[in-house]
Design a protein. Structure first.
Length: 279
């Protein structure tokens, strides 16, 4: 009964988001309003009731509320939205999607996470670091997708931390809040979590310590309370060690394909760590 009482108001909010052609703009401002931040403040513990991983993806158009996510390699996922926007995360040119994406996001921790010479056919190139000395600040609406970022620090030469050198990119589309942690080098604080808001789908680096150790990263994942967690970055023992950090409150499953189609209605009630093919 308690779950139902939580679901009903959230469903109403999500329906309003579906009906809007793009995120609303704040009054007197050109900055879009984040539904993921607003809903997280209102209903921090909301969860949905069912999840059915699809064994195959229909090559026809996505359903109006479905987002397709494909693991390309390392930290690069291809996100395809119902409105036809394609986004490649932590794009370096080493792991190339099957088609030229409309948008790429980048982080500069290593050359496997960015390129300064992207394909000129890519319309929108979003750096996770500031090119002018200030922190990166992205608030853009591209088609049916609102993209924003939350900066974090990264390790630089000599073990020093470089302020705002990494970005957590957040993609708000079809009522979903999808977050990519990039090359996260430190645990987040409460101001970071407040700025991030709700994340339904979380792309998290697991690597045994190149970003953070499994225990530290598991604390971030647990605190974010995402419904669907997609590991990335390294395969083999780092993934196993990461999974061992989570008890029975999380489901774990290995996919037989590199892609998954997800919607608000298909999110799991119990958090699921889902290892896509190729990780």
């Amino acid at each position: 009964m308690m779950l139902r009482s939580l679901l009903l108001p959230f469903a109403a909010i999500s329906l309003l988001h579906f009906l809007a052609p793009m995120p609303a703009l704040a009054q007197g401002s050109a900055r879009p309003v984040s539904q993921c931040q607003a809903i997280a403040e209102t209903l921090p513990d909301v969860a949905f009731a069912s999840f059915k991983p699809q064994s195959a993806f229909n090559a026809q158009a996505l359903a109006s509320d479905e987002v397709k996510i494909t693991y390309i390699g390392h930290s690069t996922f291809l996100i395809e939205t119902p409105g036809g926007v394609s986004i490649a995360t932590d794009y370096s040119g080493w792991y190339v999607p099957p088609k030229t994406p409309d948008v790429v996001t980048m982080n500069k921790a290593h050359s496997s996470h960015y390129t300064l010479t992207p394909d000129p056919a890519i319309k929108h190139v979003l750096h996770g670091w500031g090119d002018d000395g200030d922190p990166a600040d992205h608030d853009v609406v591209i088609g049916d997708t609102y993209i924003r970022n939350v900066t974090t620090d990264i390790r630089a030469g000599g073990g020093m931390m470089e302020p705002d050198g990494n970005s957590i990119f957040i993609f708000e589309v079809a009522g979903l809040c999808i977050g990519h942690l990039g090359h996260l080098h430190h645990e987040l604080d409460e101001s970071d979590y407040a700025e991030i808001g709700r994340l339904d789908v979380l792309m998290v680096p697991v690597d045994g310590g190149l970003t953070m150790g499994a225990e530290s990263m598991s604390r971030v994942v647990t605190r974010l309370r995402s419904a669907l967690i997609l590991p990335m970055h390294r395969r083999g023992p780092p993934v196993t060690n990461f999974l061992q950090m989570f008890g029975d409150t999380f489901d774990k499953s290995f996919a037989v394909e590199a892609s998954i189609s997800v919607s608000v209605r298909s999110l799991p009630s119990k958090p699921l760590i889902y290892i896509l093919q190729g990780v």
